[in-house]
Design a protein. Structure first.
Length: 308
């Protein structure tokens, strides 16, 4: 039994965590808080896998939060996410419901469970624009050139996070007296955390099947619509994965086959990084109760509801 009423259901992409969380929420009178760095954007539906039809059980909707909260193209960062999650937690609890965090963005999960002070450092858009022109190798070299107290804990696993790490390092270098350097993280919640574990071959097969279904079900048209709405191509590329490669395809930089193959490879790599980040969270002290993702959904639901 956890010290709080908070539940967390995490897992890599295509693991079935949303469907599981919805069923658990239905049984526990809960509401879901999405922990996905891209599902916050309106208009980015198929590519982010919102699957909003899954939030209904036996004709009854299960409430969700932090999906479709800002327009695509706007800036949304971890510090704002922390604030939005706290607001959602307060709202859910005031109505006597059970909050359930569900998602696979490890950095966002960690920001909630550990409440890192560094997330409050402001965005430097001019710096981001200049860094976006650099290659991944050049970004990594830039990161190592300027070190700070943040360097030892920085997550540089993706291009987006590497740019943010450089941004934080530069801010702390220019503001060495910032209180954040000496600020201890606030006490975090102590939730019950459940993770969905799948054999790698099963996870890869699910990712491949789902990708090709989405490519044939309007994902390319979704990116076309985002571009037509005035969102710069560079912004969509910054969002990564589906939006990056499909934008390059629509710009004529990649043919369809190359786009499809590179995107599939990138998603497989992303899922692997997700699992690596979850293991890091465990090494840092977070207890994750891993569930066999091959078990029937009903058994997975019972495993959580009986322990929570």
């Amino acid at each position: 039994m956890a010290d709080t009423d908070l539940l967390v259901i995490l897992g890599p992409t295509a693991s079935g965590k949303t469907k599981l969380a919805v069923q658990v929420a239905r049984q526990l009178q809960g509401e879901i808080i999405s922990v996905d760095s891209r599902q916050v954007y309106r208009g980015m539906d198929i590519g982010t896998g919102k699957d909003l039809d899954e939030y209904t059980v036996d004709g009854e909707p299960v409430p969700y939060h932090l999906i479709n909260v800002v327009d695509a193209g706007e800036d949304y960062h971890i510090y704002r996410f922390q604030q939005d999650v706290q607001q959602a937690l307060d709202d859910i609890r005031q109505r006597g419901k059970r909050p359930i965090l569900c998602g696979g963005t490890g950095l966002y999960l960690e920001a909630i469970l550990n409440r890192h002070a560094f997330t409050a450092i402001p965005i430097d858009q001019a710096l981001r624009d200049s860094l976006s022109l650099l290659s991944d190798d050049a970004l990594l070299a830039r990161f190592h050139q300027s070190s700070s107290a943040y360097s030892a804990v920085a997550d540089t696993s993706t291009r987006k996070r590497l740019i943010r790490a450089i941004e934080i390092n530069q801010y702390l270098t220019r503001h060495p007296d910032t209180p954040l350097l000496n600020q201890k993280p606030e006490p975090a919640e102590t939730p019950a955390v459940f993770g969905i574990d799948l054999p790698v071959d099963v996870r890869r097969a699910r990712i491949t099947r789902r990708l090709h279904e989405r490519l044939q079900s309007g994902m390319i048209e979704e990116v076309e619509q985002l571009l037509a709405s005035g969102i710069p191509a560079g912004k969509l590329i910054f969002y990564g994965l589906e939006y990056k490669f499909i934008t390059q395809y629509l710009a004529g930089e990649l043919d369809y086959e190359t786009m499809s193959v590179r995107l599939e490879t990138a998603i497989h790599q992303f899922a692997k990084r997700q699992m690596t980040f979850f293991r890091k969270m465990e090494r840092d002290g977070l207890r994750i109760q891993w569930l066999d993702g091959l078990l029937p959904l009903s058994e997975l639901v019972r495993s959580i509801t009986s322990a929570a």
